[in-house]
Design a protein around this ligand. Structure first.
Ligand code: PXG
Length: 444
């Protein structure tokens, strides 16, 4: 097998400039612990836990063992009309980690599917309680909810939406995002300013009337557009407004789920209870596709006790691979590893070390903001005039050509190191980023 990517390669890479890639291929050939190895034998620190999904690091032996075992037990089971022990066991474990009455789990295979599923659950819930006119879903600017049509409709990433504008879902509206560098640049943790931005929801209620709104979907911390941390009191206020108007609150925790903020879910870190909660990524440490929606007891009961006949499904939704025994077995091994190694606690303990290290970049030429919470942060870089995204891209390229795998969100660099990282690794990650930022500045 060739280690390089020929210009004529059959593989079309997702969210990648493919023409550029053909000339400058980047091949990850191996991974162990907190490091990747490139096809030319270099070692790179994994500063984003893969794509936010591998907090345990790579090649974890307990996960490898689950992969080896499960095909001999049950390699596939039909998901419609049948259960399997792995799916039941994992649903219990996920529900045990979740706050309050989020005690049922609908399994899917990705974050995008989780978002589709949550939106359908919200619509189905209102219909089951006789409020089928509630069809609107409110998202947020700069939100990322995957790439399904529902997800890009409620999402707020312009580049992902504009090509597909004719396909956008009806009835969607958006809150403003809560990042304002003039008010909150270099905040550590939750910014003090900005709770009032949640009042956008009252404006949308006044515009559309609550009787037409089914749900609000937000990432508790906006991840993909560069770690936008919710201002103090903001999520509480959103919750209050939703409750007042009978609107469901959906937290998209595809990134924040499973310890990123030092608690199982961000809902617990911020002490705000959603009605539906989506997860994916870290549930299997990224090793096999799996996602899901945690569903509030009342939402589930309402849908189950709607007027469908006893022999017909109450919720017309599901995937061939929902509750796949392989994914669920690996999910169980992953949750066991988080628990036995105390890794959510470790993430909480590393967070202040990480915060201090990341904020040491303040003053580095070109750094215009630093934002962080838990073990996630973003460093905002001044753009190259007239070329948005180029500074972030050059910084990423420099990191790759040296010793660190970086992820650029436009001109911000996002960081989310594995929970197994040591304090020394966090410091050297920030040193490597400083060098990459400086090199990208010098490149003009
Ligand atoms: N919701 C959220 C909040 C996400 O972050 C998805 C849904 C979609 O998940 P799937 O599994 O369908 O990709 C995501 C995915 C980045 C980056 O660079 C973020 C994601 C994926 C890839 C890259 O920040 N988030």
């Amino acid at each position: 097998m060739s280690a390089t990517a020929p210009a004529s390669s059959a593989y079309w890479l997702p969210f990648t400039p493919n023409r550029y890639f053909a000339e400058h291929p980047k091949i990850l050939a191996g991974a162990k612990g907190a490091y990747y190895t490139t096809s030319d034998g270099r070692t790179l620190f994994d500063s984003l836990s893969g794509l936010w999904c591998s907090p345990l690091g790579h090649a974890h032996p307990a996960i490898a063992a689950a992969f080896a075992r499960q095909p001999h037990v049950l390699d596939f089971a039909p998901s419609f009309q049948f259960g399997n022990p792995q799916a039941f066991a994992l649903a219990e474990r996920v529900a045990d980690l979740a706050p309050g009455s989020l005690d049922h789990v609908f399994f899917v295979n990705s974050g995008s599917e989780a978002v589709d599923t949550a939106i359908k659950l919200a619509i189905a819930y209102h219909r089951a309680r006789g409020q089928g006119q509630r069809f609107r879903i409110i998202g947020r600017e700069r939100g990322y909810h995957g790439v399904g049509i529902a997800g890009i409709s409620v999402g707020g990433m312009v580049a992902n939406r504009k090509t597909f504008a004719p396909l956008m879902m009806n009835g969607v509206d958006h809150l403003r995002h809560p990042w304002d560098p003039a008010e909150m640049a270099f905040s550590r943790g939750q910014p003090a300013w900005g709770a009032h931005l949640a009042e956008d929801l009252e404006r949308l209620v006044a515009l559309h009337d609550a009787s037409t709104i089914a749900a609000v979907i937000v990432e508790p911390v906006q991840g993909s557009t560069g770690v936008l941390v919710p201002p103090q009191g903001y999520l509480q206020r959103l919750r209050e407004i939703c409750t007042r108007h009978g609107i469901l609150l959906i937290f998209d925790e595809v990134i924040t789920g499973y310890g990123r903020l030092g608690t199982p879910f961000a809902a617990q870190a911020f002490n705000v209870q959603p009605d539906l909660l989506t997860f994916a990524k870290a549930i299997t440490n990224g090793t096999i596709p799996l996602g899901g929606v945690l569903v509030d007891r009342n939402v589930r009961d309402t849908i189950l006790h709607s007027d469908s006949p006893a022999h017909a499904p109450e919720f017309l939704h599901g995937y061939t691979y929902s509750g796949h025994p392989m994914s669920c077995a690996v999910g169980l091994a992953t949750l066991d590893a988080y628990a036995s190694e105390g890794l959510f606690q470790r993430a909480a303990e590393l967070a202040p070390i990480f915060e201090a290290a990341v904020h040491s970049l303040r003053g580095t030429p070109g750094v215009t903001d630093i934002r962080n919470t838990g073990l996630m942060a973003a460093v905002e870089l001044a753009p190259v005039p007239g070329k948005p995204g180029l500074r972030g891209f050059t910084t990423f390229e420099h990191g790759f050509n040296n010793d660190i795998l970086l992820r650029a969100a436009g001109d911000a660099i996002s960081l989310a190191p594995p929970f197994i990282s040591t304090a020394d690794q966090i410091h050297s990650m920030v040193d490597s980023l400083r060098l990459a930022i400086t090199a990208a500045q010098a490149a003009g």
